[in-house]
Design a protein around this ligand. Structure first.
Ligand code: NAP
Ligand code: MG
Length: 498
């Protein structure tokens, strides 16, 4: 930290910009310099080898902080997806018969190799997806490794998962994941599937394939038998081919509710198992007896973590009317202090929006909020000249009929509503087709217990937000999907019991 300044101005050193506004302190640029060890071109990972797509086609992965190409990625076609499934089916008998303690050794090895290369992976994740290095370094990477460590511990304990029942793996599992936590979602999907003895064909999101293909290097270095895990890259069409393949015994999908519904229609009657982790529009509820400074930090973390590209983001703030006048100014003060800019700068709070298309969607919903009559507040920070950025945005005067109160924005945009009674808070919080998560801030334990049962959400955080642990199951209600990831419950979705 250097000095306070009076007037807004921007300083640039290298690619990082330090911004100074009014009562703010200026931070010198602190770019992360570790080498992400990227290749110019990435191939498919099938049967333990990196192979070119049969159609010979590639697409660009963009660095959203610059708008420029980061790497070329293989575009899988149907024959490639088929080859991946056949490799997985060939690997399944030996992998599933391996004693659990031996499968565990692979998972432990993968976790340790990921830890060894954590810094490099964090930089690659930030460059490919736009999230602040502070988050990829302190959250995505440690959590991804933790999921492998946790599930390694279960691999030799299948008989304890459902006491009295006989647990067997399902076979080959098709998995499709989104772009908001690319490596972490991969870990959430792979670790339980492998621990339980399944083989996998996984497709990452089109905009964030790099860490998935780097992760293939770890699988190779860990000596994982060929075909146990296969990665096919490309856009939605490749995802559809992964979902539809006849060799898939189960499909695990994380993504939008719209695509999730299409998958349900597609798989109806096929007998395939399915888990869907879909969208959300969580209420973060602040009661008048809550510790307000702490709550304001929780609100900021709830919506601005990962630029708001979080399915469980606390995107609807419900504040008790009697404290709204104390909460909103504090929130605005905090927004003015958030640093938006170069994701590789260690002081950045809000990085780049993941893609041009997502930026356009967020801007469209912000414009709808203004048009429908809500009051829009954005701090006067200067955005970088290149790349996809948006200011953190706060809407007050929001009603339940506004689009910004109903639709998932998946960006750094918070809609504030007020309530008077506990019943009204519950009613408003549940007034959504989604049901993934919720937050409750109050000093009163009995109220926490009451709300944790009355809120129709898979996860309810009390006096905290966005807390995750591999041992704690995560998943939705209603249009947020079904199935759980993490904990003993998550394992059951990768087993046949009986
Ligand atoms: P999306 O469009 O549904 O995409 C998710 C994945 O599905 C991507 O890999 C995508 O490929 C692929 N895909 C697209 N169309 C498909 C189809 N017809 N059949 C099979 N796969 C298809 O969602 P997104 O916009 O990337 O991700 C954001 C959404 O995910 C948000 O709604 C968010 O709430 C949700 N999400 C939920 C959780 C959770 O745990 N509940 C976690 C994270 C995100 P391309 O990207 O290449 O098109
Ligand atoms: Mg990218």
């Amino acid at each position: 930290m250097t000095r306070p300044a009076e007037t807004p101005r921007a300083r640039t050193r290298g690619s990082a910009a330090a911004l100074v506004f009014g009562d703010l302190w200026e931070y010198d640029p602190a770019p992360e310099t570790a080498d992400p060890r990227l290749q110019e071109q990435y191939e498919l990972f099938i049967n333990g080898r990196f192979i070119a797509p049969r159609g010979g086609r590639y697409f660009d992965s963009i660095n959203p902080a610059t708008g420029r190409r980061l790497a070329r990625i293989a575009l899988a076609g149907k024959p490639d997806v088929d080859a991946a499934y056949r490799a997985a089916a060939r690997a399944f008998p030996a992998w599933s018969r391996l004693p659990g303690r031996d499968r565990a050794k692979y998972l432990f090895r993968i976790a340790r190799l990921l830890q060894d290369r954590a810094r490099e992976f964090a930089v690659a994740e930030t460059m490919d997806g736009g999230k602040p290095i502070r988050e990829s370094r302190d959250f995505d990477l440690p959590m991804a490794a933790a999921h492998f460590f946790y599930h390694a511990g279960w691999a030799d304990k299948l008989e304890y998962i459902v006491p009295g029942g006989r647990a067997r793996p399902l076979g080959v599992v098709g998995q499709v994941i989104p772009w908001n936590f690319p490596l972490l979602m991969l870990a959430w999907k792979l670790a339980p599937a492998l621990a339980m003895g399944n083989c996998v064909v996984l497709k990452p999101a089109e905009t964030t394939s790099v860490t998935c293909l780097k992760f293939a290097e770890i699988l190779r270095d860990a000596g994982l038998p060929p075909g146990v895990v296969n990665f096919v890259t490309g856009a939605g069409g490749v995802g559809a081919a992964v979902i539809a393949h006849p060799l898939a015994a189960k499909v695990a999908f994380t993504g939008s509710t719209e695509v999730g519904k299409a998958i349900m229609r597609q798989l109806a009657g096929t007998g395939k198992r399915m888990t869907l982790e879909l969208g959300g529009k969580a209420a973060n509820i602040i009661f008048d007896d809550a510790p307000l400074d702490q709550a304001v930090e929780g609100i900021v973390n709830g919506i601005f973590f990962n630029q708001g590209h979080v399915c469980c983001a606390g995107s609807r703030l419900l504040v008790q009317e009697s404290v709204a006048e104390r909460v909103i100014p504090r929130l605005k003060f905090r927004l003015r202090h958030l640093r938006v800019g170069d994701p590789l700068d260690k002081n950045t709070d809000i990085g780049a929006i993941n893609s041009k298309a997502q930026l356009a969607r967020i801007r469209g919903l912000v414009a709808a909020g203004v048009r429908e009559g809500a009051d829009c507040y954005q701090p006067a920070c200067r955005l970088p000249d290149q790349g996809y950025f948006i200011r953190p945005t706060l809407f007050t005067g929001v009603t339940q009929s506004h689009r910004i109160a109903r639709e998932e924005i998946f960006g750094p945009v918070l809609s504030v509503l007020t309530f008077r009674t506990v019943e009204e808070a519950v009613e408003k919080a549940n007034n959504t087709p989604y049901g993934l998560s919720a937050g409750v801030w109050t000093d009163k334990g009995s109220r926490i217990l009451k709300l944790s049962t009355e809120l129709k959400a898979g996860v309810v955080w009390a006096n905290t937000y966005n807390k995750f642990d591999p041992a704690s199951p995560f998943g939705g209600y209603k249009e947020s999907g079904f199935g759980r990831e993490g904990g003993r419950q998550g394992l059951q979705d990768y087993l046949q019991i009986g």
